[in-house]
Design a protein around this ligand. Structure first.
Ligand SMILES: Cc1ncc(COP(=O)(O)O)c(C=O)c1O
Length: 467
C-alpha cells in the first residue's frame, strides 16, 4: 500500500484520528496535546518562533497527492501546498500531523467548526434513515427546513438548490418569470439586471454575468446579456440605472466577501429598495457568504433594516454539505409554476437534516450575540497589533467577516501565516487578507490569529507589487 492509498483509508476510517479528537473533547481545547512534528500552533507566545521556523519540504505523502492532482485534474485551482487530512473545532491537520488554526472555515462554510458533535449525529442519523429521495416525493427534513427558513426570515416561500451559484441562477429565472407574469400584455417585459463593482455571485453563466471581475467573465463570453455594473455604494447612479420596463432585478451583497469585505450602508440599500419599488424591479440580497449568523445577525440585512424581495443563501447552511436556497416573497413565488425550475439533489433529506442541526445552534440569540462580541474583539486585536504597520491601509467588516486591506499583494503574508500554522484567505484584488473563521472560534484563538498575523507582517517588506 503506498502512502496515498493509506491516506484514502484513513479518510474512510477516521478512527485513526481519534486520539486527537478525544483529547480536544475533554475540554482542553487550547492545551493541544497533539504534537506537530515541526511546531505547534497552539500557544500565542509561540508566534515568533513559528514564523522563524523554516518551511520544511513537503513530505512524500503530500508530494504524491499534489503530483497526482497536477497530473489528472483540470487546473482550475491554484491550491496552497497543503494536504488537509482532518479537522476538529477550529483546527485542521495536514497529512504530516501539522496543526493549523483555521480562520477560513472552508470559505465561510464551517460555521460550527469541524466535526461538531450535534451536526455529526444529525448526519449519521439521517444517513441511516434516508439520504436521497427525488423531488418527485415529499420528505420531512426538506419541508421542516423550508418552514423554518420561511418562519425565520422576511420570506413566504423557499426553493432549494445545491450551491450559491445555483441559488443565484434560480433567483435570475424567478425574476425574469416574475416580470413576464406581472406584465402579460407586454411583448418584451423587463429582462435586464443591475449588479455592482466588486460583486461575486458565482461562476455559472447567469451568476457569472452578475460577477464584476472581468478575469472570471471575459474568457467565457457571451455570458447572460443585459447586466449593468454600478459602483457599489453609489445610490445616485443606481437610481438612474434602475429603469422601469428594463430592469428585472438588482443583485447586491449586503457585505461583499470575495470583492474585498466592503459593507453596504443603510442609505444605499434603502435607495435600492425605493428605486426597485418605483421601477417594478426586484431587489435580491445575495447572502451566500455574509448570511446565516456571520455578521452577528441571522441575516446580514437585518443590520440595515432593509428587506429584499428575494435572498440567496448557501455556504454555511448545511455545515459543509452542499446546499443553496432562494427565499422569496409570495408576490414573486406566485409567478412560478410547476416545471419552471428544479434539481435532482436539491433539498435532499441528508443536507436538510444537517442544516436543521446548524440552524438550531446559530439561530440562538446567545450564539449570535457571541459572534458580535467576538467580531468586535477581533477588530480590536487587529487594530492593536497591525495598525501602524505601513502596509496596513484599513481593517474593516463586522461580525466574523473581516478584511485587512494592504498596500501590496497579500499572498506573501498569507503564505507566511500558513507556514506558521494559521490559515487565512485573500480577497479583493489580492490585496486584502480575509478572515472568516468558524463562528465558534474562541477568544484565545482570535488572539493567536492576531499574534501570528502581526509576527508575519515582515513578509510584506520588500514586496512592492499591488497587482
Ligand atoms: C456572495 C457569493 N455569492 C455566490 C457565491 C457562489 O457560491 P458557490 O461557490 O456555492 O457556487 C459565492 C461564493 O463564494 C459568494 O461569496
Amino acid at each position: 500500500m503506498n502512502s496515498l492509498q493509506a491516506t484514502h483509508l484513513s479518510l474512510v476510517f477516521p478512527a485513526r484520528n481519534l486520539p486527537r479528537v478525544f483529547e480536544l473533547d475533554r475540554g482542553n481545547r487550547f492545551a493541544c496535546r497533539v504534537k506537530s512534528p515541526k511546531f505547534s500552533s497552539c500557544l500565542v507566545s509561540d508566534a515568533q518562533q513559528k514564523v522563524d521556523a523554516s518551511l520544511e519540504p513537503a513530505s512524500r505523502e503530500s508530494k504524491e497527492v499534489m503530483e497526482m492532482e497536477r497530473n489528472v485534474f483540470v487546473g482550475t485551482y491554484a491550491r496552497a501546498p497543503v494536504v488537509i487530512k482532518s479537522g476538529r473545532g477550529c483546527k485542521l491537520y495536514d497529512v504530516d500531523g501539522k496543526e493549523y488554526l483555521d480562520m477560513t472555515a472552508g470559505i465561510a462554510v464551517n460555521s460550527l467548526g469541524h466535526g461538531d458533535r450535534d451536526w455529526l449525529n444529525a448526519v449519521v442519523e439521517q444517513a441511516n434513515t434516508l439520504t436521497h429521495v427525488s423531488n418527485v416525493y415529499y420528505s420531512i427534513p426538506q419541508v421542516t427546513l423550508g418552514k423554518r427558513l420561511v418562519e425565520s426570515s422576511f420570506a413566504d416561500r423557499v426553493f432549494f438548490t445545491n450551491s450559491g451559484t445555483e441559488a443565484n441562477e434560480a433567483a435570475i429565472k424567478f425574476a425574469r418569470k416574475f416580470q413576464r407574469f406581472s406584465h402579460p400584455d407586454k411583448k418584451l417585459p423587463a429582462t435586464e439586471f443591475i449588479a455592482f463593482t466588486n460583486s461575486f455571485h458565482g461562476r455559472t453563466m447567469g451568476a457569472l454575468a452578475l460577477t464584476s471581475k472581468e478575469q472570471y467573465r471575459l474568457p467565457f463570453e457571451p455570458v447572460m446579456p443585459g447586466v449593468t455594473f454600478i459602483e457599489y455604494g453609489n445610490s445616485e447612479e443606481a437610481k438612474k440605472a434602475i429603469q422601469p420596463g428594463k430592469i428585472a432585478a438588482v443583485f447586491v451583497e449586503p457585505i461583499q466577501g470575495e470583492g474585498g469585505i466592503y459593507s453596504a450602508t443603510k442609505d444605499f440599500l434603502q435607495a435600492l429598495r425605493t428605486a426597485c419599488d418605483e421601477a417594478g424591479a426586484l431587489l435580491v440580497f445575495d447572502e451566500v457568504q455574509c448570511g446565516l449568523g456571520r455578521t452577528g445577525h441571522l441575516w446580514a440585512h437585518e443590520a440595515f433594516g432593509v428587506m429584499p424581495d428575494m435572498m440567496t443563501l448557501a455556504k454555511p447552511l448545511a455545515g459543509g454539505l452542499p446546499i443553496g436556497v432562494v427565499l422569496t416573497t409570495e408576490r414573486v413565488a406566485a409567478a412560478i409554476s410547476s416545471g419552471d425550475h428544479g434539481s435532482t439533489f436539491a433539498g435532499g433529506p441528508l443536507v436538510c437534516h444537517a442544516a436543521l442541526a446548524v440552524l438550531n445552534k446559530i439561530q440562538e440569540p446567545s450564539f449570535l450575540a457571541s459572534v458580535t462580541r467576538k467580531g468586535l474583539y477581533l477588530k480590536e486585536l487587529l487594530l492593536k497589533k497591525l495598525e501602524g504597520n505601513p502596509h496596513v491601509k484599513e481593517i474593516r467588516g463586522f461580525g466574523l467577516i473581516v478584511g485587512i486591506e494592504l498596500d501590496v499583494q497579500a499572498s506573501p503574508l498569507v503564505d507566511a501565516c500558513r507556514d506558521a500554522g494559521l490559515l487565512v484567505l485573500t480577497a479583493g484584488k489580492g490585496n486584502v487578507v480575509r478572515l472568516v473563521p468558524p463562528l465558534v472560534v474562541s477568544k484565545e484563538e482570535l488572539e493567536q490569529a492576531a499574534e501570528v498575523l502581526s509576527a508575519c507582517l515582515p513578509s510584506l517588506d520588500g514586496n512592492t507589487s499591488n497587482k
